[in-house]
Each structure stands twice: as structure tokens, then as C-alpha cells.
Write a new protein. Structure first.
Ligand code: SAM
Length: 235
């Protein structure tokens, strides 16, 4: 019972705090990586029950508040953002909740993340979309700023929407993340970015994005400090 309680506390903390890599490493070694004790979170969006398997391996292992905000927004604003038959790329997809919602809404979805996240991401996406009569989603490796031209050549890949939730937190890849957003945001592409704003670096990133893209705030979620922004037209 004690260890289940501790695990629960860890999972709860991970949802609200950005752990340093050192603390995360300690947690990884302390708690077994594969365990049926890990939470399965249940959500309902667009009339579908979605079950998300979480783990404790990395930052992509739990559902973050930005993912909840964007999922809710996409569900409630289907006329404004009609994803049916649209090409959608999610970067830093984590557990895959947002990609699953986009798939339910009829999009051609490519969910991407770091290699170590892809197994759980694929599992969640597959179990939640396999019985849907929708476009089959794809899961791919996409490390921000790396091999973009080789893996996603401009001549072949053009996305209508780029989705990103809680990809900005205390990490060293913010410049690569920005470069990735710029790479994929071509004329006609809309970036929907939902993020919990905590650190000055979050606001600095927002400022950089505002200098590159047209930006508008679509929604704010004060209970979770999440802002949802729409950005478009790289200049
Ligand atoms: C805080 S989590 C958010 C996960 C998910 N979007 C959500 O809101 O639940 C950040 C995500 O970005 C991914 N990530 C971090 N650094 C990355 C990088 N350099 N390249 C690609 N993905 C990265 C992590 O693996 C993780 O899935």
C-alpha cells in the first residue's frame, strides 16, 4: 500500500512540476518502469472514451495540463477549427491524448516525440483509434531541430495544423523547438500551442514566437495557468 501511495504521489507531482533530470533519474531507478500500478487515465472527448496508459519514464509519460486544455478546446470549437481530412502534426505528443482527439475529429494525424517515448505513445494511439472509422494515425520519431529536411522534406510534407502542448518548460532544447515550429509553419499552416506558463523562460519563448508569427490568444485556463495560442504565417 505504501509503495502504491508513493507512486500515486509521484504521478500527481509529475503532472504539476517540471522535475530536474537528476530527480527524474532517481525516480526512474526507484520505481519499476513497467508496472500495472501505473495510472490509466480515463477521458471523454467528442463522445469517445479515451484511456491513456501513463508511465514514469520521462516527461512524456503523463498527460500535462496543456493537453487537457487543447483537447477540450478542439472539442468545443469544431466549427472554428474543423480538423476533418486536415493534415495534423503533433510535436512532443507524450501520451498522445491530443493526437487521439484530433484523429477522432477526422484528421490525418502524425504524432511525434523522442524515440524513448514512442512505445507508450504508439500503444495509446493504437488502442484508442483502432476501432474508429477514421484516418489511421501515424507515430514517428521527431527530435526537435534534428534531420527535419531528411525526415520531413518540404517538397512532401505540408501540414494544415501543428499541435504542441506543454512543450515549453525548463529544458535545453528551446531553440531547437522554435526552429522546428518555424520549419513546419508554412503559409496556410496554423500552430495551436497550449502551455502552462510558470517560468520567465516560458514568456521569453512566447515573445520570440510573437516576433516570428502572427499570434492570438484563443483561451486562458486560469485554474491551470494554461494559455492557448494560435500562431500562423511565418514571415
Ligand atoms: C511536458 S511533456 C508534454 C507531453 C504532451 N504534449 C502533453 O501535453 O501531455 C513534453 C514533451 O516534449 C517531448 N520532448 C522534449 N524534448 C524533446 C525534443 N528535444 N524533441 C522532441 N520531443 C521532445 C517530451 O518527450 C515530452 O513528450
Amino acid at each position: 500500500y505504501f509503495s502504491i501511495t508513493i507512486r500515486h504521489k509521484i504521478m500527481t507531482c509529475m503532472k504539476h512540476e517540471a522535475y530536474s533530470p537528476v530527480i527524474l533519474k532517481i525516480l526512474q531507478n526507484w520505481v519499476p518502469r513497467v508496472s500495472h500500478y501505473f495510472d490509466k487515465e480515463h477521458y471523454t472527448y467528442v463522445g469517445h472514451q479515451i484511456i491513456i496508459q501513463e508511465s514514469i519514464e520521462h516527461f512524456g509519460a503523463v498527460v500535462w495540463p496543456g493537453a487537457l486544455a487543447l483537447s477540450q478546446y478542439l472539442e468545443s470549437n469544431q466549427e472554428q477549427f474543423n480538423l476533418k481530412d486536415k493534415k495534423v502534426l503533433e510535436i512532443g505528443a507524450g501520451t498522445g491524448l491530443v493526437s487521439i482527439v484530433a484523429c477522432i475529429l477526422g484528421a490525418y494525424v502524425t504524432a511525434t516525440d523522442l524515440p524513448e517515448v514512442l512505445e507508450n505513445l504508439s500503444y495509446n494511439i493504437s488502442r484508442n483509434t483502432q476501432n474508429l472509422n477514421m484516418h489511421k494515425p501515424e507515430v514517428r520519431k521527431l527530435v526537435w531541430g534534428e534531420d527535419l529536411n531528411e525526415d520531413f522534406p518540404v517538397s512532401t510534407y505540408h501540414y494544415d495544423f501543428i499541435l504542441a502542448t506543454d512543450v515549453v518548460y525548463h529544458h535545453a532544447a528551446l531553440d531547437s523547438l522554435l526552429a522546428t515550429m518555424v520549419y513546419f509553419c508554412r503559409p496556410g499552416t496554423v500552430l495551436l500551442w497550449a502551455n502552462k506558463f510558470r517560468f520567465s523562460t516560458d514568456y521569453e519563448f512566447l515573445e520570440k514566437l510573437c516576433n516570428i508569427f502572427h499570434t492570438t490568444i484563443l483561451a486562458e485556463f486560469p485554474e491551470s495557468d494554461v494559455k492557448l495560442l494560435k500562431q500562423w504565417d511565418a514571415q
